[in-house]
Ligand binder design. Structure first.
Ligand SMILES: NC(=O)C1=CN([C@@H]2O[C@H](COP(=O)(O)OP(=O)(O)OC[C@H]3O[C@@H](n4cnc5c(N)ncnc54)[C@H](OP(=O)(O)O)[C@@H]3O)[C@@H](O)[C@H]2O)C=CC1
Ligand SMILES: O=C(O)C1=N[C@H](C(=O)O)C[C@H](O)C1
Length: 272
């Protein structure tokens, strides 16, 4: 007997971006979901074109639009790797359309998080600063190691990304920092040390330090360093292909179907 339930329809926002194009290709090729929309900002040169041909490939039968609500109304999920203000706007529209909203956007401030919280009263939001299996596992390991070590072990997080990245520290570095702080039983906000420059004074015991490298086409590299007198532990994740983030996001969009409204993360999706 065949199952006639249609596959979940997915809209990609920021469809011309690095992650947007990766997601368009992944969803269009998937046998678990359908690509039903591609959204870009008003005035973008791709508006009105088929997303496949705009990307330089075969037509995919989906026209790029700037009417997000109209696109979301035809979808079961929205995958959104754009910019903080855009993701806030999309969260309200996805909630209105009752579509699952998967948010990969980073560089978020408290005001953006509050807007997501409000939208999640009406719809499912799955958000993570990193959607890859490897980084989410690293996050768990970081928490575990931080739990086992006291403040004689200085925690430093070093990240490297491509020259076009606009936010620092990366969303992943902050995720790792939160996990380290949780493991140690402290609050990250009052122990965060990012942006050292000049005569900074000696390192403050118990702080969690962040350093960011930007250059070339680095997809994403994260080290969590636990440094004590005479020894160091380094936990490392290297991303060499953005497909890892796209695969995680699609998994989240499918996982979110039929869940209760609320905020979820990749730990929920991956069962970690
Ligand atoms: N959570 C994760 O696993 C990952 C998260 N990211 C995060 O995803 C985000 C995007 O990264 P990346 O793809 O490299 O960035 P890009 O700059 O390549 O892409 C962002 C896209 O979003 C579009 N956009 C911005 N504002 C709007 C809007 N209001 N309406 C519609 N489209 C809009 C941009 O259009 P325009 O060019 O016209 O501004 C652009 O096409 C970043 O925050 C990054 O840190 C990235 C990888 C993995
Ligand atoms: O901007 C990127 O490229 C990435 N952003 C995310 C982050 O800020 O951590 C995830 C990944 O590292 C790539």
């Amino acid at each position: 007997m065949s199952d006639d339930t249609p596959l979940p329809g997915i809209v990609i926002t920021g469809a011309s971006g690095r992650m947007g194009q990766m997601l368009v290709k992944l969803v269009a090729a998937s046998d678990k979901a359908r690509l039903v929309g591609a959204v870009e900002r008003a005035g973008h040169p791709w508006i009105g074109q088929d997303i496949g041909t705009a990307m330089g490939g075969a037509a995919l039968g989906v026209t790029v639009t700037d009417d997000a609500l109209d696109a979301f109304a035809k979808a079961q999920a929205v995958i959104d790797f754009t910019a903080p203000a855009a993701s806030v706007e999309f969260a309200a529209l996805a909630a209105q359309a009752r579509a699952v909203h998967v948010i990969g956007t980073t560089g978020l401030e408290d005001e953006h998080l509050a807007a997501f919280r409000a939208a999640a009263r009406h719809a499912v939001i799955v958000r993570a600063g990193n959607m890859s299996l490897g980084v989410n596992l690293l996050t768990r390991l970081t928490r575990k190691v931080a739990e086992a070590l006291d403040a004689d072990w200085d925690i430093e997080i070093v990240e490297a990304h491509h020259r076009m990245k606009v936010d620092a520290p990366s969303g992943t570095a902050l995720m790792l920092g939160e996990a380290a702080a949780e493991g140690r039983g402290i609050d990250l906000a009052s122990h965060r040390d990012s942006g050292r420059d000049g005569i900074t004074g000696a390192r403050k015991r118990g702080d969690i330090g962040f350093s960011a490298i930007r250059g070339g086409d680095v997809v994403g590299e994260h080290d969590v360093i636990f440094a004590a007198d005479g020894e160091r532990i380094v936990l490392r994740h290297l991303a060499t292909d953005r497909a890892i983030f796209a695969r995680g996001a699609l998994k989240a969009a499918l996982w979110g179907q039929d869940r209760k409204p609320g905020e979820y993360d990749m730990m929920d999706v991956l069962g970690l």
